[in-house]
Design a binder for this molecule. Structure first.
Ligand code: GDP
Length: 303
């Protein structure tokens, strides 16, 4: 069942999608823009996620999004319209989306081995990323509770698998950050086998959310991780963090960094993985990411 779900989450018809869309870019350009505004999803239950948008010119980056859409289960490429694409992402919203609110969250346990993780078969999303990528900030921003990810930052908890139960029905899993600059080589190796075991054996893993700093050019350690996950056919979503650092800084803009990153990993993915821009400072991407997680989770629950 697991493999079927994982492969179905990556719809093989994606590559033909850009040619099959009859809808003019000009009709709804704002829905494709890399902007902090939130669009109306196709489902009226998403009204809370809807905010008015200002029309903006279709950028080169927005046109790029169009060519690499992620189709969730239940969506026919021919039926995709611009307003089904979550802003700041390549993700199409499908019929399984809904129930994206977080009402309560409880810390459940820290495990030091994959086999010690909760065994109640609830679906889970694993958060992974380089140390300092903004993982704690993102978790707090998603659940809107400061103390949640602080738990996993406490001494002794950072090298553990931390499970948080959301709405008593699904888990956010905080995994150890990788790439500690000062960690000895042996500690890095331990991290690697420990976490790889979790990815390969955890039957209830719906998707890995791999956090990548969108404000810097692609980093080798993140590319290695993304390539490993892709080669092992692990269902995943790229969550680009710190996308508020758009202009005026050194280097490239997040949309260029993202494009370069996706270009560099594409050989290891049979289909385009979903990706989304976020900022825990401005709120960019929060509702969209929760909607995306809801459609993966609801599909999982229905299979
Ligand atoms: P972690 O080590 O991955 O858990 O990272 P933290 O959540 O502790 O964040 C690391 C640093 O990045 C902190 O200084 C945060 O304030 C900063 N940070 C986190 N998220 C964002 C963001 O969305 N935008 C900006 N500008 N800074 C962020």
């Amino acid at each position: 069942m697991l493999l079927t779900m994982r492969s179905r989450l990556f719809n093989p018809q994606l590559s033909s999608l850009c040619h099959s869309l009859p809808h003019s870019h000009k009709s709804h350009p704002s829905s494709l823009a890399f902007s902090a505004s939130i669009s109306q999803g196709p489902n009226s239950r998403h009204a809370s996620a809807a905010k008015a948008q200002r029309p903006v010119a279709l950028s080169e980056a927005a046109r790029f999004v169009r060519t690499v859409l992620f189709l969730p289960p239940g969506v026919n490429p021919d039926d995709v319209t611009d307003d089904m694409i979550l802003p700041g992402s390549n993700i199409v919203l499908g019929p399984y989306a809904g129930d994206a609110k977080i009402k309560d969250v409880d810390f459940v346990k820290s495990s030091n081995r994959p086999k010690d993780c909760p065994k109640d078969d609830r679906p889970e999303f694993a958060m992974l990323g380089r140390s300092n990528v903004g993982k704690s900030s993102l978790i707090n921003f998603l659940v809107r509770k400061k103390e949640v990810a602080l738990t996993s930052k406490k001494p002794g908890k950072t090298q553990l698998i931390n499970h948080f139960l959301v709405n008593k029905s699904w888990y956010i899993v905080d995994l150890p950050g990788y790439g500690f600059a000062n960690a000895p080589e042996s500690a890095r190796m331990d991290w690697s086998s420990f976490t790889k075991g979790y990815f390969l054996n955890r039957e209830t893993l719906v998707s890995v959310l791999l956090l990548i700093d969108g404000s810097v050019p692609p980093q080798k350690i993140d590319l290695d991780c993304a390539n490993w996950l892709g080669r092992n056919n692990i269902s995943m979503t790229f969550v680009f963090t710190k996308c508020d650092k758009m202009k005026g800084g050194k280097g490239r803009r997040p949309d260029e960094n993202i494009r370069n990153f996706l270009e560099l990993i594409k050989e290891n993915y049979r289909q385009h993985p979903p990706w989304i821009m976020t900022s825990s400072v401005t709120g960019l991407g929060r509702d969209e990411l929760l909607l995306h997680m809801s459609q993966l989770r609801n599909y999982w629950n229905n299979e």
